[in-house]
Design a protein around this ligand. Structure first.
Ligand SMILES: [Zn+2]
Length: 473
């Protein structure tokens, strides 16, 4: 049935053009033009402000925050933009209570003509966030004033919702990989949608990936209906109602001239070339999706594993460390390493809400745990015990700790003797097993584990038991 629906889905998309202007709050320590910290999203209103970011008379901005430009340049690189040699700030004038200076500082493009997921990127620039104004209550919060943002403007080239979805997934991956987005920061987008026979409609301030997709879907439906009814779709700005999943008219669209753009005389030109050179270190040139491709080709790991391991730079780095012989350590087979990272390690990190970039144990120790497990020195449980202890107590030296916790499995001959002893002592259970009582084997393994105080590898114990018992037949 699904294949029958596909063509009609495509048909509804014919003549549809979608473009995005995405704003991302940057992961800097300070704001863009003052020394205020980049505030936590849940900070008390108006507690992270100063004279500059509230535009008190007589104050002037500090030179723009270099860290913000470093992150913006990484974003420009991730989007394959042509980097510009320099930029400067313009004042974009409008009157609204969230903007005490009466203008927003927004830079000329730092990168142009990029591409992501086959969609053109027109430009990327840096700007300051305005404050927050609650229209209904008339409440103002200036904490957000002056927080650095990038704005990414795509060409209106999206032809389907699926394409938008794919683009946003890669976009989020790149932001995460390069640590560009503020951790509790928000994504905000202005969404442009037009259908055949109608003008362009802009939906302002849509504030999550899900809502971007919902707003686009709603606009396509609404505009198509208007055209079908013989009405016109005029150029206008609309607001997305999150609760209802609909949009409503705000105003007819302003033209560029309404903002009275002018260069900000308080700020000097920002030279970008030097900063770009210092920022785009060799290890950052390879974009995460390129790195995933290389992992598949070079190491033969499955696509899904490669994509997951390249979400964070730290997890991709850890993976390549695990399979290398750097530090004189032994290589772990890539598929094994990938699998162990995605199961045993990921489970413990997720449980503690720790990302790979914030892992509190050294790469060396993480690898040591995996190595001891893969060489059968410790069991699966033993590896997990070590991880938990080291993560929770921020410990070092996995090997010494394994010894201290008595996690090393016993050697083969010692285990072999124990298996013989248990077979000798548990004649009844051995007999039951021979009669086809499967549970008897579990009991015998339990006896071995008890006798060895957990130092036996249960998998190996089972193999030896089966061999011995069948061999006695
Ligand atoms: Zn400030």
């Amino acid at each position: 049935m699904e294949s029958l629906e596909e063509p009609s889905k495509d048909a509804t998309m014919e003549g549809v053009k979608i473009g995005l202007e995405i704003h991302v709050q940057l992961n800097t320590k300070a704001k863009l033009f003052c020394n205020c910290p980049n505030p936590a999203a849940d900070a008390e209103p108006n507690t992270v402000i100063c004279e500059v970011c509230t535009a008190q008379p007589g104050t002037k901005p500090l030179p723009p925050n270099e860290e913000a430009f470093r992150l913006a340049l990484l974003a420009a690189h991730m989007l394959s933009c042509k980097l510009q040699p320099s930029t400067f700030f313009m004042r974009k004038h409008y009157f609204y209570p969230d903007l005490p200076s009466g203008y927003q500082r927004t830079s000329k493009p730092i990168g142009k003509d990029g591409k992501l997921a086959d969609v053109g990127i027109w430009e990327i620039h840096v700007e300051e966030d305005p404050g927050r104004y609650e229209l209904k209550k008339g409440l103002l919060d200036y904490n957000r004033s002056g927080v650095p943002l990038i704005e990414v403007v795509t060409a209106p080239e999206f032809k389907s919702l699926e394409q938008v979805k794919h683009f946003l997934l890669l976009f989020e991956k790149g932001l995460t990989y390069y640590g560009i987005k503020k951790e509790d920061g928000v994504i905000k987008a202005d969404v442009n949608v037009s259908v055949a026979g109608g003008q362009r409609v802009e939906v302002k301030n849509v504030n999550s990936y899900e809502n971007i997709l919902a707003a686009i879907a709603y606009e396509i439906k609404r505009q198509k209906r208007l055209i079908e009814e013989g009405k016109t779709v005029e150029m206008e700005t609309r607001h997305f109602d999150e609760a209802k999943g609909t949009t409503k008219r705000l105003r007819t669209k302003e033209s560029e001239a309404d903002y009275r753009y002018m260069p900000d005389p308080d700020l000097l030109e920002v030279p970008l070339e030097e900063l770009a050179k210092a920022t785009l270190k060799d290890e950052l040139i390879e974009r995460p999706w390129e790195r995933a491709e290389r992992f598949i080709e070079e190491y033969g790991i499955p696509k899904e594993a490669a994509e997951e391991l390249t979400w964070e730079k730290a997890s991709a780095d850890l993976f390549e460390y695990m399979i290398s012989d750097r530090d004189g350590s032994k290589k772990i087979e890539p598929r094994k390493a990938a699998n162990w990272m995605r199961t045993t390690l990921k489970k413990q990190l997720n449980y503690r809400s720790i990302s790979f970039s914030h892992i509190p144990i050294s790469f060396k120790d993480v690898k040591e745990i995996a190595t001891m497990f893969f060489s059968n020195e410790i069991s699966d449980d033993g590896a997990e015990t070590l991880l938990i202890k080291m993560l929770d107590e921020r410990l070092k030296d996995a090997r010494a700790l394994a010894k201290k916790l008595n996690l090393f499995l016993m050697k083969e001959d010692e285990l072999s003797n124990t298996v013989d002893k248990v077979i000798d002592e548990q004649r009844k259970a051995v007999g039951d097993y021979r009669q086809g009582e499967k549970r008897a084997l579990a009991f015998l393994i339990g006896q071995i584990m008890q006798m060895t105080k957990g130092r036996a590898d249960p998998k190996r114990a089972k193999e030896l038991l089966e061999k011995r018992i069948s061999g006695e037949d």
